[in-house]
Design a protein around this ligand. Structure first.
Ligand SMILES: NC(=O)c1ccc[n+]([C@@H]2O[C@H](COP(=O)([O-])OP(=O)(O)OC[C@H]3O[C@@H](n4cnc5c(N)ncnc54)[C@H](OP(=O)(O)O)[C@@H]3O)[C@@H](O)[C@H]2O)c1
Length: 266
């Protein structure tokens, strides 16, 4: 499994992680992913999966990078601190590696939210601060209220069918060494479903490259995401078989020519 740096922190994590929104699998499946090198789990207070993540990391906490999120409805200063305490309890751990603001919410002054995020790092409860679904202006405003720490990541939708971040957010983050966590990297499974490949040209290209590389279409789609130097993909699967498959999206690279063909087709 290839590793990438989280922001410019020096901390290295796997380029494929395990997403847990709507996760219905068990702790063993997450554990199998960790053992295959996907030692990064993404969860959130709003997913109700922090408990199963806590179960999966029991006894191996220091080997896994845990990313969780405070809900966009809990962005008041005291709410952030309370949400973090509750996540720590559910995850059964004494620190969170990456604490992310799930969604921006203009109803809350971002200054107070960021003060609370900084406080959590000061107290040793959180290692790194991230955001999710923030545009560039929102990232800059949030950073301006964070005196001693950097926002190390932004978690946003990125896959072959949705390349909108390539317009500005992806280059902005790449220039500043900010990690992009690509959510919905399989387009909710659509990029990994054979039956959808029949008619469209874009899907035909994906299928061709799958055959050339001997990888599944899902693995090609994930490898395309992680071919960008600051992008980490966090697919979710309930099944052991598909978790193993998704972990196999790392450790090899699409050629520049294959990436160009995918970029042209999608
Ligand atoms: N920050 C945010 O606002 C936000 C929003 C959305 C998602 N996320 C994060 O990103 C993670 C992933 O995104 P996502 O769950 O929306 O979408 P995704 O990972 O693109 O797709 C998940 C879907 O694909 C299927 N799947 C997974 N691997 C497969 C494979 N190898 N072959 C065929 N089907 C496969 C899954 O079914 P099975 O489970 O049955 O395998 C599930 O239906 C989430 O779990 C969450 O951690 C964050």
């Amino acid at each position: 499994m290839e590793l990438k740096e989280v922001g410019t922190t020096g901390a290295m994590i796997s380029e494929i992680g395990l997403g847990t929104w709507r996760y219905k699998g068990n702790a063993e499946t997450l554990r199998a992913g960790i053992e295959l090198g996907a030692a990064l789990i993404d969860t959130a207070e709003g997913y109700y999966t922090e408990d199963v993540v806590g179960e999966a990391i029991k006894g191996i906490r220091d080997k896994v990078f845990i990313a969780t999120k405070v809900s966009g409805r809990h962005l008041g200063y005291d709410d952030v601190l309370q949400s973090a305490e509750e996540s720590l309890y559910k995850l059964d751990t004494d620190y969170i590696d990456l604490y992310q603001i799930h969604w921006p919410n203009p109803s809350y002054p971002i200054r107070a939210t960021m003060r609370a995020m900084g406080e959590l790092v000061d107290r040793g409860l959180v290692k790194f601060i991230g955001v999710s679904n923030f545009d560039i202006d929102e990232m800059e405003e949030a950073q301006s209220f964070l005196n001693n720490y950097q926002i190390v990541s932004n978690q946003v939708c990125y896959n072959l069918n949705d390349r909108s971040i390539e317009r500005d957010l992806l280059p902005y983050c790449e220039e500043r060494g900010i990690t992009i966590f690509a959510y919905t990297p399989l387009d909710d499974g659509n990029l990994a479903k054979k039956e959808r490949f029949i008619k469209s040209n874009r899907m035909k290209t994906l299928d061709e490259i799958s055959q050339e590389t001997g990888k599944t279409t899902g693995q090609v789609a994930l490898n395309w995401c992680t071919s960008k130097k600051n992008v980490i993909a966090i697919p979710k699967s309930n099944s052991l078989e598909r978790t193993v498959e998704n972990c196999g999206a790392s450790g090899w690279r699409l050629s520049p020519e294959q990436i160009r063909r995918l970029n042209d087709a999608f």
